[in-house]
Design a protein around this ligand. Structure first.
Ligand SMILES: Nc1ncnc2c1ncn2[C@@H]1O[C@H](COP(=O)(O)OP(=O)(O)O)[C@@H](O)[C@H]1O
Ligand SMILES: [Mg+2]
Length: 272
């Protein structure tokens, strides 16, 4: 798709676009400003069922803002986000979660006073029983099936040796893996990840790439915001490039690699 196509597309239709038949997640003409700064302008994006779609772009491009709009943390000034027929715009993060969307933030958001295992059981319980009240914690013990599941998920992210550790004592890289486990236990149909390997050593990054590849085999749709090109090109089926709050290119990894606009956007940042 050329930049002209994108511009024309955004201009011609301000309503919902249903996209291709297997489009399951759709960002339609999203705008978001912060005190006059256009963090996102005319953002259109279609994600196909089961695909891993990477959103890349230099620092300050608007990637985290876009993710926050998708998960209901920020209200766009204009436009809509639709998942599987559900309009997510205007819904609370909890409501968005309930239609099968989970997210892993750039800054790990774990419960520091809980153990690693408990951290994964909280979103598991929330998914099972709806709104979850944080006391009494003793109810965790009754949830033995959930505990087994949590242990299984923690094993899959390589944290099986740290089940009883307090989350506050973990390294940043381990917290990232814990947050990934907290997303996975919800068995989401769409997983949104903001730089899932940020703060990880190369070895852990590679382990996370392998894990995300396995998840892909299970058919989960993923949107991944990522700065690390090794991760992007290892995982993405398609890539959208954000720069200055606008989508400047979309395509397969090969197309993006060879796109002069992308190279230009990254000048002085890092090599694509
Ligand atoms: N809450 C906010 N208030 C004001 N400006 C913000 C806020 N969040 C992001 N921005 C600005 O919006 C732009 C995009 O930021 P961000 O989405 O974090 O970019 P990225 O994740 O691509 O690095 C930046 O110029 C940033 O300073
Ligand atoms: Mg960011």
């Amino acid at each position: 798709m050329s930049i002209q196509d994108i511009t024309d597309d955004a201009g011609e239709d301000r309503g919902f676009k249903r996209g291709t038949p297997n489009t399951v997640f759709h960002i339609d003409d999203v705008h978001k400003s912060f005190a006059g700064l256009h963090a996102l302008s005319d953002v259109d994006l279609s994600v196909h069922e089961g695909e891993t779609h990477a959103i890349i772009g230099p620092n300050g491009a608007g990637k985290s803002t876009l993710l926050n709009v998708c998960v209901g943390r920020l209200k766009p000034d204009r436009g809509a986000v639709v998942f599987d027929g559900h309009v997510l715009t205007g819904k609370t993060p909890y409501e968005i979660n309930q239609v099968g969307v989970a997210r892993v933030f750039q800054t790990p958001e774990v419960f520091p006073d809980l153990t690693v295992l408990e951290n994964v059981m909280v979103p598991g319980l929330s998914k099972k029983h709806g709104h979850f009240k944080f006391s009494p914690f003793s109810s965790f013990r009754k949830e033995s099936a959930l505990q087994d599941e949590a242990e299984h998920v923690l094993k899959s992210v390589g944290l099986q040796a740290q089940l009883t550790d307090n989350a506050s004592s973990m390294s940043r890289g381990d917290k990232r893996r814990l947050e990934l486990a907290m997303g996975l236990i919800q068995k989401p149909r769409l997983l949104l990840l903001d730089e899932p390997t940020a703060g990880m050593a190369r070895h852990d990054t590679n382990a996370t790439i392998d894990l995300l590849k396995q998840i892909k085999e299970g058919g989960m749709t993923k949107v991944i915001i990522e700065h690390d090109m090794h991760v992007v090109f290892s995982l993405a089926d398609r890539i959208s490039v954000l720069a200055g709050g606008r989508i400047i290119a979309q395509g397969t990894p090969e197309e993006i690699k060879n796109d002069p606009r992308v190279k230009e956007a990254y000048l002085g940042d890092e090599e694509v």
